[in-house]
Design a binder for this molecule. Sequence first.
Ligand SMILES: [Zn+2]
Length: 80
Amino acid sequence: MKWYPQKLAAGESAETIYNLLLFARTPKKVDEIIGNESWTQEFCQECRNYSKDVLEFTDEDNKHIYTVCISCIKKSLINL
Ligand SMILES: [Zn+2]
């Protein structure tokens, strides 16, 4: 893999961050390396918030994926 000499927001090179991520064992460690939670959270299309606990639903062709957080799923089950 060829690395370009760019510096990321944290001041580390892309290669350094890649090497740190190779040994990250938990989502919390990934958050620390990246500097935010963007790699460990998904966007809930129901409440439009980010969450670490989501389910993905898809159609038969896997063309459309709908992501819903656990909180929204619980709310929908209470309303049944
Ligand atoms: Zn939600």
